[in-house]
Design a protein around this ligand. Structure first.
Ligand SMILES: *[C@@H]1O[C@H](CO)[C@@H](O)[C@H](O)[C@H]1NC(C)=O
Ligand SMILES: *[C@@H]1O[C@H](CO)[C@@H](O)[C@H](O)[C@H]1NC(C)=O
Ligand SMILES: *[C@@H]1O[C@H](CO)[C@@H](O)[C@H](O)[C@H]1NC(C)=O
Ligand SMILES: CC(=O)N[C@H]1CO[C@H](CO)[C@@H](O)[C@@H]1O
Length: 493
């Protein structure tokens, strides 16, 4: 009875506080000195944390990154749909891949309203070409180097690394890459094009309004799904002697119409490549938007057990966790999750993967075989409001606090499209304090402006959380995760 009686108050209370927060954000006048001061302090403290460690190696760190890449054609999503005559649908619906205009409209609506990042394969080449043609002469469009591997490679090169990049590119494409990037892979004439439908927070499409800025990506790749650069990459890797090996771009294989057994063979080959690299070399796997159950199973079997480090966003984390627990893929999760929720999911992923690794190596030992998997020692989750990392104590990864700060600053730099952070184009959306877990009685950590990155120890790992100065004048969201993940890794090699 009593508890029941309290519920309306709880609800009412949270509605009121939500209202107050919304109001505060809405009516934040520019002269609100307190808030601006706070933002300035957080910014200067994050910059200090970032600069605390340089890349102290005398030589440039060597990073090998695979696979693939594409040319991104970036447009305003709603304008493109409007221009190509695609009407808003009444029925937001999830589709694993797209075959026609109706499915595109339904799938776009499904992710647009909550503002969740998504990427889908377009099986219908006619429709894909029509969309690309529409985008080509849409005012305000932009072309850029795209794909997880090239974006991470460029960020790493900018941050002072020498990079080996595995991908089949055209010569125009290779020409615009940094001189610190060496490409391993065949040359092709026509690179794959990815259509990036960006939208700002509050954009309208029919009766839908987007809750946050994000993008919906459509691709119809012919080269990337085959990891066609893998053999050349594997060969050059021997002499390149990387300090870190990064794998990304595998989502191009999701829902691609492979012949039976073809994808598994490719991923098995990749697994072999990873397990044959020296155990001292860190391996990072950048997750992405996967919706096919069977590819998740293959990744859990062939790729993830070999990774020391994983990077992902707030959609990919619950998706990976549900696959690990044997439940269905979660296609759409809260795009603005609380810190406590994310940390609990991270702890669980860390625990399950390390438990699996222990079991697998015990089994190998019992059979007299060499253990091929590695424990997970680093997990980085990037969200709109904050960055969170779990790093095993005593592992090879250094400078976790500074790396978390750098990841957070890079999020603003990327989305605002400028290396200098302008506090007037930023806001903090993380709460004034956060709970370290959803378990009852968990500790709350206040956000201290002068020490914005909170780090603490648990079990055998350290956790660091940094608030993001969320960019309010969005230049681009696509590629954000890659820039952020790469920036975080650079300080930890
Ligand atoms: C495109 O936008 C214009 C102007 O808002 C509107 O009149 C038109 O109906 C839209 N077209 C489609 C296909 O939604
Ligand atoms: C592919 O798209 C075109 C253009 O929108 C459409 O006419 C055709 O019916 C679609 N094909 C299939 C199989 O849905
Ligand atoms: C999982 O997916 C299967 C097949 O699509 C479906 O039948 C089942 O109801 C789903 N289970 C849950 C818990 O959503
Ligand atoms: C949008 C954006 O700023 N992306 C950046 C990601 O990182 C690469 C490499 O530093 C930059 O060239 C991009 O501009």
């Amino acid at each position: 009875m009593e508890a029941g009686g309290r519920v309306p108050w709880v609800k009412y209370g949270s509605v009121v506080s939500l209202f107050v927060v919304v109001l505060a954000l809405w009516f934040r006048p520019p002269q609100n000195a307190v808030l601006d001061d706070r933002l300035d302090t957080v910014l200067s403290s994050l910059l200090r944390a970032e600069q605390k460690v340089g890349m102290n190696n005398v030589a440039r760190p060597r990073v090998a990154i695979g696979f693939g890449g594409c040319v991104d054609l970036i447009v305003d999503g709603v304008s493109l749909l409007n221009k190509t005559g695609i009407q808003p649908t009444d029925q937001p619906l999830h589709h694993d891949y797209l075959e026609n205009v109706e499915q595109l409209a339904q799938s776009f609506a499904y992710f647009f309203a909550p503002g969740a990042a998504a990427e889908r394969f377009m099986l219908n080449e006619t429709l894909f070409s029509e969309l690309v043609d529409g985008a080509r002469d849409l005012p305000g469009n932009r072309w850029s180097v795209g794909g997880n591997a090239p974006v991470m490679a460029s960020r790493m090169a900018t941050e002072g690394c020498d990079v080996l990049l595995g991908g089949t590119f055209s010569t125009d494409f290779t020409d615009v890459l940094s001189q610190h990037i060496t490409v391993a892979g065949k040359v092709i004439d026509e690179p794959d094009i990815h259509l990036i439908l960006e939208y700002p927070s509050g954009a309208r499409w029919g009766r839908y309004t987007s809750r946050r800025a994000n993008r919906y990506i459509i691709h119809s790749d012919a080269n990337n799904p085959y990891l066609s650069s893998m053999e050349e990459f594997a060969q050059k890797l021997i002499d390149f002697k990387p300090d870190l090996l990064v794998v990304g771009g595998l989502q191009m294989m999701d829902n691609f119409p492979f012949r039976s057994g073809e994808r598994e063979a490719l991923l098995s080959r990749l697994g072999h490549l990873l397990s044959s690299s020296s155990p001292q070399i860190g391996i990072h796997f950048e997750m992405a938007s996967f919706v096919e159950e069977s590819i998740m199973e293959d990744l859990l079997h062939y790729v993830i057990p070999h990774a020391d480090s994983l990077g992902m966003n707030e959609q990919e984390l619950p998706n990976l966790l549900s696959s690990l627990k044997g439940s269905n893929i979660t296609v759409l999760s809260d795009p603005n999750p609380r810190v406590a929720t994310v940390l609990d999911q991270m702890r669980e992923v860390y625990r399950i993967l390390n438990q699996r690794d222990k079991e697998a190596s015990a089994e190998s030992r019992a059979n007299g075989a060499r253990a091929t998997g590695k424990p997970l020692t680093r997990l980085h989750v990037h969200t709109l409001a904050f960055q969170a990392m779990i790093v095993t104590r005593g592992s090879k990864w250094k400078n976790t606090m500074s790396a978390t700060a750098k990841a957070s600053l890079t999020a603003n730099r990327h989305v605002c499209g400028s290396n200098d952070i302008d506090p007037s184009k930023a806001r903090l959306i993380m709460d004034d304090s956060f709970s370290v877990s959803r378990q009852e009685g968990s500790q709350r950590i206040p956000l201290q402006e002068t020490r914005p990155v909170s780090c603490w120890s648990e079990e055998d790992y350290e956790i660091c959380v940094a608030p993001v100065l969320v960019c309010t004048e969005v230049y681009q969201t696509a590629g954000g995760g890659d820039n952020v993940s790469a920036a975080g890794l650079v300080l930890q090699i």
